[in-house]
Write a protein that binds this ligand. Structure first.
Ligand SMILES: Cc1cc2nc3c(=O)[nH]c(=O)nc-3n(C[C@H](O)[C@H](O)[C@H](O)COP(=O)(O)OP(=O)(O)OC[C@H]3O[C@@H](n4cnc5c(N)ncnc54)[C@H](O)[C@@H]3O)c2cc1C
Length: 419
């Protein structure tokens, strides 16, 4: 669930900027100048938001409710920034006032920087929102958005004072944004977040049905994590490219990290076909707020296929002190696709409050709200829901649960997709 504190903070900063910009504008500035610059400044603050969120700094997760929610806000901020930039450009005065010295202002590249930034922003957003572009090709193009940010910074820092005054209260808000945003931009683009990664050795690569289990041994130390959290896995060596997110499927008590990787594209296929034990890896995390312990006492966990991984970690870590009544609905094509079913069934037999209900599509049983109603003893709004799996499935079930009257804060999701 999106926690709103982060969004409220961003909205308050933009509001503060807009209000101070209007109230403290020099008397000689006309509305024709004040409004477009206010729109442009707001766009810059949204871009800064997007840049700050792209750092994936762990402590920001608390303000937004998890990394996936941070990415949602990152995306929305980017889109709104582009719209505002466009309005800013259309509405900004095109000519200098009559009493301004044209020679003096011709040396400022402000307008040129702004126009280049706009063109790159529109191209960048088109690429970012185009799902046909594969992730590994999309990622480097997306990083070029940092250039847009630097151009936008140059644009307003060099804006002629008769359009925008840096020493005004709203100017100071933008300068503070630059002081935060520019280091964040470099932090992201130079991959400095690697420094917070922990080194591991891949100890075992186990082939499962349409998936691969990786067992990793810490070279230095194990990260502290809660069941349900995920981490970025980066395999060292040429051809392995960028880090990929995977849920940690082991329990925190184990002195190894386990990931279960389903083949979905080139990278995951390479894991299955080429990865050998002994290779070095970096782990960055943990991330995520998919935490059943903080939710109500009666819960439904729905796993769609490989979406079993967070629940696997939760069950592996669980003992008899668990006081939640849990129904784990495990949706798979058929029994042989239900990974770890035997282990889960064995462990759940010793947990009186937990039951597992397999749902096989080959038998005409699907991960749908009508099937849930049949399988659960009480009405749907008696439970908290934890949904994990492919994004279309999660989105569909969440929408149906709302329709059934399950309140929004009681539906917790982990969709295996950020874009
Ligand atoms: C929070 C989270 C937890 C996940 N946990 C698991 C898990 O436990 N087991 C599992 O099998 N899969 C998990 N996934 C999905 C897994 O990350 C992708 O299947 C994998 O990265 C696909 O890579 P690919 O190159 O093989 O496929 P591609 O075809 O290139 O990508 C398929 C989709 O995966 C996403 N993706 C690809 N590369 C990346 C990347 N570097 N960073 C972020 N997203 C990327 C994109 O949305 C892309 O559209 C998880 C995803 C997320 C977001």
């Amino acid at each position: 669930m999106l926690r709103r504190s982060g969004v409220y903070i961003i909205a308050s900063i933009i509001l503060l900027f807009a209000v101070t910009h209007i109230i403290f504008s020099p008397a000689e500035h006309s509305p024709r100048t004040i409004i477009p610059t206010m729109i442009g400044g707001s766009a810059f603050l949204l871009m800064t938001t997007s840049i700050v969120l792209s750092t994936r700094l762990n402590y920001l997760e608390d303000w937004f409710g998890g990394l996936d929610r941070m990415y949602q806000v990152h995306r929305v901020a980017g889109v709104f920034a582009a719209i505002l930039v466009l309005i800013h450009m259309i509405s900004a005065p095109k000519t200098l006032p009559l009493d301004a010295d044209p020679d003096l202002y011709s040396v400022f590249p402000s307008a040129v920087l702004g126009k280049i930034a706009l063109v790159l922003l529109v191209i960048g957003l088109f690429l970012a929102l185009n799902r046909k572009i594969g992730y590994s090709r999309w990622r480097p193009t997306h990083k070029s958005m940092v250039l847009v940010y630097l151009l936008a910074t140059g644009h307003f820092l060099t804006a002629p004072g008769l359009f925008f005054q840096l020493s005004s209260p709203s100017g100071i808000v933008l300068i503070i944004a630059v002081v935060i945003g520019v280091p964040c931009a470099f932090y992201t683009v130079l991959g400095m977040n690697k420094r917070t990664s922990l080194p591991f050795t891949i100890e075992a690569v186990n082939n499962l049905e349409r998936a691969t289990e990786l067992v990793l041994k810490a070279t230095d130390k194990m990260p502290e994590f809660k069941p349900g959290q995920f981490a970025f896995l980066e395999i060292e060596g040429s051809g392995w490219d960028e880090p990929h997110p995977f849920t940690i499927s082991s329990s925190p008590q184990e002195n190894r990290l386990r990931f279960t990787v389903k083949v979905l594209g080139d990278w995951t296929r390479k894991v299955r076909e080429e990865l050998e034990p002994g290779r070095q890896a970096l782990i960055r995390g943990p991330y995520g707020r998919f935490d059943y312990e903080k939710a109500g006492d009666r819960q439904v966990w729905l796993a769609g296929g490989i979406g079993i991984t967070p629940f696997l970690s939760m069950i592996r870590a669980m003992d008899n002190k668990n006081n939640k009544e849990i129904y784990l609905l495990y949706a798979a094509r058929e029994q042989k696709d239900a990974l770890y079913l035997e282990e889960l069934t064995g462990k759940i037999a010793s947990l009186p409050q937990v039951s597992i209900v397999p749902i096989y599509s080959e038998q005409g049983c699907f991960a749908r709200v009508d099937i849930m109603k049949k399988k659960l003893p009480d009405p749907l709004n008696s439970y908290d829901f934890f949904l994990c799996g492919p994004k279309p499935m999660i989105d569909g079930i969440r929408a149906d649960l709302y329709k059934e009257g399950v309140p929004r804060p009681r539906i917790h999701t982990e969709a295996f997709e950020f874009r």
